[in-house]
Design a protein around this ligand. Structure first.
Ligand SMILES: Nc1ncnc2c1ncn2[C@@H]1O[C@H](COP(=O)(O)OP(=O)(O)O)[C@@H](O)[C@H]1O
Ligand SMILES: [Mg+2]
Length: 279
């Protein structure tokens, strides 16, 4: 199962991505967690407290060895470098999860055929299309740079929302982008929910996007996050475990049933309650 977690800044993407990785690990699966957000903090959220992890984009020697582009290469770039060993070699084990930090590509260079970009794209392609492990990628809200080919491998775009307009507007935009990229399954997870009214507000303004799960607002989570130690007893973890289980047992999962009933694709956004021109 390959899941890309996205949504507005601050909604809980990293918390959800870390928790999904941890739950899959607890269920006995082999998991790769990818930090694809330039504002990388998945490692810390997974409980890592060691020295800063060098992101792939900064590993100049590796990039030059695999892709080329350095001095003496005469501008020659290998477009399909070997990358299948990179998660194993350069991923850091955190709490039983293999974590790969991608790093930031300068804004102006996004989409360019620079060596760093080629390497990141190929690693993501490999993870999404060629690896047998479960993959959860912590993305930023802007997913425009996700290549079409990588997107083909994404089984689920999980959009984290909270009970507030801004995150719901972002969700609509992300769903549209995901649809353009050919990602067929786009579902939401409602986070920081503290009442039925919160959940009703979210459901009423998601334009029909299926809600895969509802995570409670829980102050203790932030306190736990400071120490990096996570209690398996909290309702947040239990709901994430239910989601993680549902995602890996699609035949019987409520999630899939719900998504079938609701259409289960980005197209459900055609009915969203706000005008298209806003986006
Ligand atoms: N359900 C929740 N209840 C309380 N705090 C939460 C919850 N989910 C996330 N948070 C807190 O909200 C903040 C932002 O979460 P984070 O996962 O970093 O968001 P994002 O990655 O979307 O920017 C963090 O301090 C996190 O501990
Ligand atoms: Mg984050």
């Amino acid at each position: 199962m390959k899941v890309a977690v996205t949504g507005k800044g601050g909604v809980g993407k990293t918390t959800v991505a870390a928790s999904l990785a941890r739950c899959w690990r607890d269920l006995g699966h082999d998991v790769v967690a990818v930090d694809a957000d330039p504002d990388a903090n998945l490692a810390g959220t997974l409980g890592y407290r060691g020295p800063a992890i060098a992101p792939l984009v900064k590993l100049k020697a590796l990039i030059e060895e695999r892709v080329g582009g350095g001095e003496g290469w005469g501008g020659f770039l290998r477009m399909n470098p070997r990358v299948d060993d990179i998660p194993q070699e350069f991923g850091v084990m955190v709490d039983g999860v293999r974590l790969l930090v991608m790093g930031t590509i300068e804004r102006g260079r996004r989409g360019c055929a620079c060596p760093e970009n080629i390497l990141l794209r190929e690693v993501l392609n490999h993870l999404m299309l060629g690896s047998r492990q479960h993959v959860v990628a912590d993305m930023e809200a802007g997913i425009e740079h996700l290549g079409r080919r990588t997107a083909e491998g994404v089984d689920l775009m999980l959009v984290v929302v909270e009970p507030g307009w801004a995150s719901l507007e972002t969700a609509a935009r992300v769903a549209e982008l995901a649809g353009d990229l050919g990602i067929r399954r786009v579902q939401a997870v409602a986070n920081k929910v503290s009442s039925d009214a919160d959940l009703e507000f979210i459901r009423a303004n998601l334009g029909g996007m299926p809600v895969l799960g509802t995570l409670p607002l829980d102050r203790e989570l932030e306190i736990e996050a400071r120490s990096g130690c996570v209690s398996r007893e909290r309702p947040f973890y239990r709901e994430m475990l239910r989601i993680a289980t549902a995602l890996t047992e699609p035949r019987t999962s409520e999630a899939v049933r719900e998504s079938r009933i609701a259409g289960g694709t980005a197209q459900c956004h055609l009915n969203r309650p706000w005008p298209k021109h806003k986006y």
